[in-house]
Design a protein around this ligand. Structure first.
Ligand code: DMJ
Length: 400
C-alpha cells in the first residue's frame, strides 16, 4: 500500500523491541496465525531477512507445546519457560480443533525456510491423528484429548472452535500447488458431511450452517462462521465440472445470509451470532450476542465471491460496510468495536482488535483492487489474512 515510512517503523520495532521470551500465557494458535503468519508474509513480500529469522526463532519456541503423548499440541504456552498447558475452559484438558488444526500453512513454510523438517513433521502428525480417529457421521468435533487422541465431546461448528481447521485443509492443497491430495480429500469429505448434516434453509429461504451438539442441531450461526462463504467459493473452482456450480451457489447463498445479518441491523453491521429459530431469521436473539468487534469474516467472503463471480453486488455490500464502519466505529484514535448493532447510537467497547487491520481492512482493500493484486493463483491467505506464496516450485518440506 506504499506505506513506506510505517513499514520502516514496524521493521525497526521487530528488530529491536520484539520480545520473544515474554513470560506469561500465550496462545499457540494466535502466536502462529498473527505473529508467525505476519512475519512470514512480511518476509515473502519484502525479502528482508529479519522477518524470516524472527519467524523461525518464534517457531522454535512453540515446539515444546507438541510434547504430548499424541503430538497434538496443548493450547497455551509460556514462551519464556517453554511450559505448556491446556486452556482452563476447554473440557477435560482438551485441545481445540480450530487451534491445532490451523498451523499447517505456516509450519510448512518454517520447514521450507529453515531446511529443518521438524515443523512439517509436527503438522503432518496432527493430520495422521485426525485421520485415525473415528468421526461421528463424518463430522469433526471441536475438542480432542492430546493424551488419548479421542474426541472429548461432540460439539461440531464451522464457526468458533472449528472454523479455520476446514479453511486450512483447502488452503494446504492450494498452497502445495494442488499436490497435497490428502488435504483436498479431507476437505471434500468434511464439506460433504457438513452439507449433509448442518446446512439448512430457513422458512424465509436463507441458507445457513447450524451447529451440532451430539446429534442435536442448534440453529445458530456465529459471525465467525461467515468465512465459510469465501472458503466454499475458493474450493468451488476445483470441485470438478458437475459440482462446481453447486458449490458456487452454496457459497453465494451463505454469503447472502451473512449479508442479511448486516442488512437487518440498524447499524448495517452484523452481530456476533444470529439465529434461525422461534420466527427469527438472521438476527441476534440474545443480548449477549448483539455486539460487533470489527470482525472480518463477512467482507472476507465478499472478497472471495467478487474474485470468483465479479458480481458488482459484492462491491456494493463491501461499500455498505465501509460506510457503516466510518459512521459507527470510527473514533478519535482509530476504530472501535460496538456493543449493540441494533441501535443507531451504539456505545464503543474501546478496543481495536488487531485483525481489523490484518484482515477486515485488507479484505476490503482487495475487494476494490484488480484481481492481480495478491492473485489467488499465487498466494493463499492464512487465517489472519497474511499472504503466503503458493509453492509453484516444490517445497523441500515433504507433504507426503
Ligand atoms: C481471526 O483472528 C482469524 O480469522 C481466526 O481464524 C478467527 N477469527 C478472527 C477474527 O474474527
Amino acid at each position: 500500500m506504499e506505506l513506506e515510512e510505517e513499514f520502516q517503523e514496524a521493521k525497526k520495532w521487530v528488530e529491536k523491541s520484539f520480545d520473544l521470551n515474554a513470560n506469561g500465557e500465550a496462545s499457540l494458535f494466535e502466536v502462529n496465525i498473527r505473529y508467525i503468519g505476519g512475519l512470514l508474509a512480511a518476509y515473502y513480500l519484502t525479502g528482508e531477512e529479519v522477518f524470516k529469522s524472527k519467524a523461525l526463532e518464534l517457531g522454535e519456541k512453540l515446539l515444546p507445546a507438541f510434547n504430548t503423548p499424541t503430538g497434538i499440541p496443548r493450547g497455551v504456552i509460556n514462551l519464556g519457560s517453554g511450559m505448556s498447558w491446556s486452556w482452563g475452559w476447554a473440557s477435560a484438558g482438551s485441545s481445540i480443533l480450530a487451534e491445532f488444526g490451523t498451523l499447517h500453512l505456516e509450519f510448512l513454510h518454517l520447514s521450507e525456510l529453515s531446511g529443518n523438517p521438524v515443523f512439517a513433521e509436527k503438522v503432518m502428525n496432527i493430520r495422521k491423528v485426525l485421520n485415525r480417529v473415528e468421526k461421528p457421521q463424518g463430522l469433526y468435533p471441536n475438542f480432542l484429548s492430546p493424551v488419548t487422541g479421542n474426541w472429548v465431546q461432540h460439539h461440531v461448528s464451522i464457526g468458533g472452535l472449528g472454523d479455520s481447521f476446514y479453511e486450512y485443509l483447502i488452503k494446504s492443497w492450494l498452497m502445495s500447488d494442488k499436490k497435497d491430495s490428502e488435504a483436498k480429500k479431507m476437505y471434500d469429505d468434511a464439506l460433504e458431511a457438513i452439507e449433509k448434516h448442518l446446512v439448512k434453509k430457513s422458512a424465509g429461504g436463507l441458507t445457513y450452517i447450524a451447529e451440532w451438539r451430539g446429534g442435536i442441531l442448534d440453529h445458530k450461526m456465529g459471525h465467525l462462521a461467515c468465512f465459510s462463504g469465501g472458503m466454499i467459493a475458493l474450493g468451488a473452482e476445483h470441485a470438478g465440472e458437475e459440482r462446481k456450480q453447486h458449490y458456487v451457489d452454496l457459497a453465494a447463498e451463505i454469503t447472502n445470509t451473512c449479508h442479511e445479518s448486516y442488512a437487518r441491523s440498524d447499524t448495517k453491521l452484523g452481530p456476533e451470532a444470529f439465529r434461525f429459530d422461534a420466527g427469527t431469521e438472521a438476527m441476534a436473539t440474545r443480548l449477549s450476542e448483539r455486539y460487533y468487534i470489527l470482525r472480518p469474516e463477512v467482507v472476507e467472503s465478499y472478497m472471495y465471491m467478487w474474485r470468483l463471480t465479479h458480481d458488482p453486488k459484492y462491491r456494493q455490500w463491501g461499500w455498505e460496510v465501509v460506510k457503516a464502519l466510518e459512521k459507527h466505529c470510527r473514533v478519535e484514535a482509530g476504530f472501535s468495536g460496538i456493543r449493540d448493532v441494533y441501535t443507531t447510537t451504539p456505545t464503543h467497547d474501546n478496543m481495536q482488535q488487531s485483525f481489523f487491520l490484518a484482515e477486515t481492512l485488507k479484505y476490503l482493500y482487495l475487494l476494490f483492487c484488480e484481481d492481480d493484486v495478491l492473485s489467488l493463483d499465487d498466494w493463499v491467505f492464512n487465517t489472519e489474512a497474511h499472504p503466503l506464496p503458493v509453492n509453484h516450485t516444490n517445497f523441500k518440506a515433504s507433504v507426503q
